[in-house]
Design a protein. Structure first.
Length: 367
């Protein structure tokens, strides 16, 4: 179909790795992600009718065709719902051809969904002269995932996909969306950040993620605060009797994690990667024990990385599978990969994938 080969513009947006600050974005906390090299591309062309056609280069023989008037959260569908959700959130009334080339690993906890949403959002904003700022587009992409797809995610993934800059991590305050760039140049210190995809592909549009968000919101309500961002660990400990065991554990992770983010920023600004590594170790333990979103494969990857020279390692993303990261001397990376691979084989797990990434730029458009 040659008509797919002539887009009006091409937009792209990256996936992300969150260094620290997991499951705190929907608690209005602080997060420290960076955009990875892997990007999703959207080739978009305006039509003269109200037909919307969507296809993926990863599924070239499957074409989704609908009318823009029929797009609603009640629509059935698969991955294309992330695209339709953005069209819906942006209140588009034009017909469109949208071709997707998704290069962010699916199900790996690297936010392939936000990359898809943000590539489409920034492309449509440019093509149709909508005039939204990048922060507004991030919020609209989040709305698409929350209210159209039905995944109650926080703002972190869409924000970093839109706002990231090359060479730095992005300190994002999820309460007011203010940002600061935090230099993250591990190579200058002889270190490398290894990303370990366990290939346990998670699906967060089920009850696991939503139930944890609900427990956090319930705890905040019982504690009389807008969000767990407003609670200190001392206040939480004093109020433990009014919370259920589950609410206390979930809140304990969030409150301590927000404190760890602040300590991590100070460590990175002084190039203290030993302290930073210790902090991400604490994050993994908290996600495993208090938030209960790790799994055997993630724990295996983290334990083997630490046993073979990593300064710190932890699961990243929503959990229940996906990826882990390990910060280690460059001279140890090959051994860490080998030992993790051997341990996965011995345990009967699917072979993991390994890759590295430097902090990259956010969403962009090419005419």
């Amino acid at each position: 179909m040659p008509d797919w080969l002539a887009p009006d513009l091409i937009a792209s947006a990256p996936g992300r790795v969150n260094l620290i600050g997991e499951h705190v974005d929907y608690n209005q906390g602080l997060v420290l992600p960076f955009a990875i090299n892997d990007r999703t591309q959207a080739r978009i062309r305006r039509r003269s009718d109200q037909v919307v056609r969507i296809r993926s280069l990863q599924r070239p023989n499957e074409i989704v065709t609908t009318s823009v008037k029929d797009i609603s959260p009640d629509s059935a569908g698969d991955w294309e719902r992330y695209v339709l959700g953005v069209i819906w959130a942006l209140e588009i009334t034009d017909g469109l051809d949208i071709e997707i080339d998704g290069r962010v690993p699916l199900g790996a906890g690297l936010s392939s969904s936000a990359a898809l949403e943000c590539a489409v959002a920034i492309g449509l904003n440019e093509l149709l002269h909508l005039g939204h700022s990048r922060k507004e587009l991030a919020l609209l992409a989040q709305r698409a995932e929350n209210d159209f797809v039905g995944m109650p995610c926080g703002i972190m993934d869409q924000a970093v996909s839109m706002l990231a800059e090359s060479g730095s991590a992005l300190l994002l305050d999820c309460r007011d969306l203010s940002t600061k760039l935090i230099p993250f140049d591990v190579a200058a210190s002889g270190l490398e950040l290894l990303i370990i995809d366990t290939q346990v592909h998670h699906e967060l549009v089920d009850g696991g993620y939503a139930s944890r968000r609900k427990a956090c919101e319930s705890a905040a309500k019982k504690l009389g605060v807008l969000s767990l961002r407003d609670v200190t660990i001392e206040e939480l400990d004093r109020s433990s009797e009014i919370l259920s065991v589950e609410e206390f554990k979930r809140a304990h992770h969030v409150v301590t994690e927000i404190a760890r983010v602040q300590l991590a920023i100070a460590a990175l600004r002084s190039n203290d990667f030993v302290t930073f590594g210790s902090l991400i170790n604490q994050t993994h333990n908290s996600l495993r024990d208090d938030f209960e979103v790790s799994c055997a494969e993630l724990d295996c990857a983290v334990e083997n990385a630490l046993a073979n020279g990593a300064l710190g390692a932890r699961m990243v993303g929503g959990g229940f599978g996906g990826s882990a990261i390990a910060l280690a001397p460059q001279s140890h990376i090959a051994k860490i990969q080998s030992e993790i691979n051997k341990s996965f084989i011995a345990a009967g797990y699917k072979a993991p994938r390994f890759f590295t990434s430097l902090p990259s730029a956010g969403a962009s458009v090419t005419k």
